[in-house]
Design a protein around this ligand. Sequence first.
Ligand SMILES: *[C@@H]1O[C@H](CO)[C@@H](O)[C@H](O)[C@H]1NC(C)=O
Ligand SMILES: *[C@@H]1O[C@H](CO)[C@@H](O)[C@H](O)[C@H]1NC(C)=O
Ligand SMILES: *[C@@H]1O[C@H](CO)[C@@H](O)[C@H](O)[C@H]1NC(C)=O
Ligand SMILES: *[C@@H]1O[C@H](CO)[C@@H](O)[C@H](O)[C@H]1NC(C)=O
Ligand SMILES: *[C@@H]1O[C@H](CO)[C@@H](O)[C@H](O)[C@H]1NC(C)=O
Ligand SMILES: *[C@@H]1O[C@H](CO)[C@@H](O)[C@H](O)[C@H]1NC(C)=O
Ligand SMILES: *[C@@H]1O[C@H](CO)[C@@H](O)[C@H](O)[C@H]1NC(C)=O
Ligand SMILES: *[C@@H]1O[C@H](CO)[C@@H](O)[C@H](O)[C@H]1NC(C)=O
Ligand SMILES: *[C@@H]1O[C@H](CO)[C@@H](O)[C@H](O)[C@H]1NC(C)=O
Ligand SMILES: CC(=O)N[C@H]1CO[C@H](CO)[C@@H](O)[C@@H]1O
Length: 470
Amino acid sequence: MAAQSIPSNSGSKASRWTQPISISALLMLVPFLVMPVQAQAQTSISGQSCTNTTGYDANYDYFKTKIVVDDAALFSVQYKNNYKVVTNTYSLVNQSFVLTQCGTPVPDASLFPNNTVFTYVPASNVASISTTGIAYIEMLGARSTIKAIDTESLVTSPCGQYGLEHGEIQGLEDTNMTLRAQQLSSIDLIFNNYDSDPASANRTVITSEVSDPGPLNRAEWLEFYSTFFNLEEAAQNLTASINNNYNCFKNAVASKATKPVIAWATYTAPSTYNNNTPSWAFSNAPYKMILSADAGATFYNGTTNMTFTTAAAFAAEALNVDVLIDETYTGADINAFYTNYNLTASSPHKFIQNKAVFREDGLVNKNDGRDWFAGAVVMDDALLQDLIRAVHPDALPDNVPYNWLRNIAKNEPEQILSSANCTTPDSNAATPDRAIQCSTMKVGTSSASSKTVAGTLTAVLGFLAIALAF
Ligand SMILES: *[C@@H]1O[C@H](CO)[C@@H](O)[C@H](O)[C@H]1NC(C)=O
Ligand SMILES: *[C@@H]1O[C@H](CO)[C@@H](O)[C@H](O)[C@H]1NC(C)=O
Ligand SMILES: *[C@@H]1O[C@H](CO)[C@@H](O)[C@H](O)[C@H]1NC(C)=O
Ligand SMILES: *[C@@H]1O[C@H](CO)[C@@H](O)[C@H](O)[C@H]1NC(C)=O
Ligand SMILES: *[C@@H]1O[C@H](CO)[C@@H](O)[C@H](O)[C@H]1NC(C)=O
Ligand SMILES: *[C@@H]1O[C@H](CO)[C@@H](O)[C@H](O)[C@H]1NC(C)=O
Ligand SMILES: *[C@@H]1O[C@H](CO)[C@@H](O)[C@H](O)[C@H]1NC(C)=O
Ligand SMILES: *[C@@H]1O[C@H](CO)[C@@H](O)[C@H](O)[C@H]1NC(C)=O
Ligand SMILES: *[C@@H]1O[C@H](CO)[C@@H](O)[C@H](O)[C@H]1NC(C)=O
Ligand SMILES: CC(=O)N[C@H]1CO[C@H](CO)[C@@H](O)[C@@H]1O
């Protein structure tokens, strides 16, 4: 059984598991012995198809749009005329993928490290082991290539659920490994966050979007995924749009005089995994620090320790936290929160008095699968929008809807995603980003003085320019 993938890169701390997974499986990122994979029957996606073998021209550049990695820290892409070398440079992975334009010759395997995976592009028959990978592939408009999904009961993507219900996508078997191997044997390429299934290392792509230490880093993994589908142009357009929108939100709160204190916290119940010792901890994941700062907040992870063995010690450290994001997996309402942290509605903590306690389960499926591990990893502009709603709601239009971060202190409900929410059942349609368009947003739409943020910024910048000119 595999896990829903984990977006937290918690620095020195071990990742927080959200679904059962064998820790030894995580550690099995052993080098893979790999030989070039033979071409399987390829069908075209998005109007692309294999190169006509007889027409192969070694001097022709088969990849017109090339990725330039400028935000992500954990992958690289190198282009040759008829193949590209994509490398996951995360130290725990350190593996290259040689993507050859199908119908053209595969380069000599001896030129590459022996754990290199060879495949043909554009891929048209893939599986995603994590729900995170589905979100990336769908945003690129390549859902038609997804033939199998693991942890299918946790899929939040409405169109992913639609595909499963309509037999376009199969769920991978979790208990009968013979059957699972049979299912995977018909798949050309398997995206996984951790390791590979038996006998499929030479078809597995390990992705590390959840370990890349910044929100825009994570979004840029769209470009990593795109190389497998020759969808670089779409990926560049998407990341440019996410970055622009993200930076617009960031600018909209940059001049806020107050920077409310925000903390991301987890309660870990006693269990056999921790010697029956409960703990209460602040997160210091780099992407959360960056997101918090970009939302106009002051990131807080304690003054003495980050992890505490009594609720009282944690509570004492958290007294002046204005906004608390509770990352505990279970405990869906404010009363459960009070129980987990041994607090009450009359505790003096600012986040309680402010009614500012948020959870990451604002978008879930009917089985409590969390879109936090899927859409929220890639749609970083929408994620920043959610965080600004938690910290500086006045910077956003009135009643802007929430995505993942819901306020349990105000009893905001979980929003259930089902196949009925798939508004683009065409499997080549790109999943739209959940963010509002920041550049056109009207702040305080209920008042007569509403104005766009872009307009305000222009006015402020214009004023600064005049001031500086003197
Ligand atoms: C792969 O190469 C490494 C050294 O570069 C070597 O230690 C290892 O045995 C090789 N694996 C196989 C299966 O050849
Ligand atoms: C991939 O690996 C499996 C077993 O690990 C092997 O049976 C298969 O032949 C390999 N495929 C290629 C094309 O080398
Ligand atoms: C492949 O290319 C050759 C030479 O350019 C051409 O004669 C042939 O018709 C092409 N085949 C297809 C299926 O396009
Ligand atoms: C990554 O793998 C390459 C090729 O096997 C090797 O030369 C390099 O030292 C590795 N880098 C790290 C950081 O392990
Ligand atoms: C596992 O799947 C295989 C292949 O479909 C099947 O032959 C076998 O009976 C299954 N085993 C069990 C225990 O269901
Ligand atoms: C990318 O954006 C450019 C400029 O807006 C547009 O012309 C092009 O069609 C877009 N391409 C894709 C694949 O979205
Ligand atoms: C901080 O950690 C140290 C060592 O783990 C421990 O001795 C100390 O009591 C902790 N402080 C608090 C406030 O929990
Ligand atoms: C919970 O807090 C109360 C005081 O607010 C304290 O008396 C009690 O011992 C605490 N319980 C635990 C389990 O920490
Ligand atoms: C999902 O669809 C239902 C109707 O089927 C709708 O009520 C709900 O608002 C939608 N949820 C989201 C988050 O779009
Ligand atoms: C208690 C603790 O470890 N606090 C850390 C919070 O994060 C900053 C970096 O922003 C560290 O310097 C602190 O040590």
